[in-house]
Design a protein around this ligand. Structure first.
Ligand SMILES: [Zn+2]
Length: 104
């Protein structure tokens, strides 16, 4: 969300967390691999609040809590690659960029 044009809201700082991907629910590492180098977390998805969940948390949030599905990620790609692709599409960078604002 872009807050730059809201009255009383002031941009304070931008933090670039790099290209790491963690599940917004359980903090699973989206790039974790098993002993053979295969991704542990595939697929995943996003719900209406704009978060990125690993497949298990995504399924649980939709089935058990009725979260609205915003996007279902490609099950053939790792969770990390899916989130970086979504970030690049939505923001122009695959990095995790956090913008901090202050309010009057
Ligand atoms: Zn998770």
């Amino acid at each position: 969300m872009d807050f730059d044009n809201f009255k009383g809201v002031h941009f304070a700082e931008e933090i670039n967390g790099g290209d790491c991907v963690l599940c917004d629910s359980c903090n699973a590492d989206g790039d974790e691999v098993d002993s053979e180098g295969n991704p542990v977390y595939m697929g995943g998805g996003s719900v209406s609040d704009g978060t990125a969940y690993c497949q298990a948390c995504f399924d649980r949030s939709v089935k058990e809590y009725g979260a609205k599905v915003l996007e279902i990620y490609d099950p053939a790609k790792s969770f990390g690659d899916n989130v970086r692709s979504a970030r690049l599409r939505d923001t122009g960078t695959s990095d995790c960029v956090i913008r901090i604002y202050t309010f009057d």
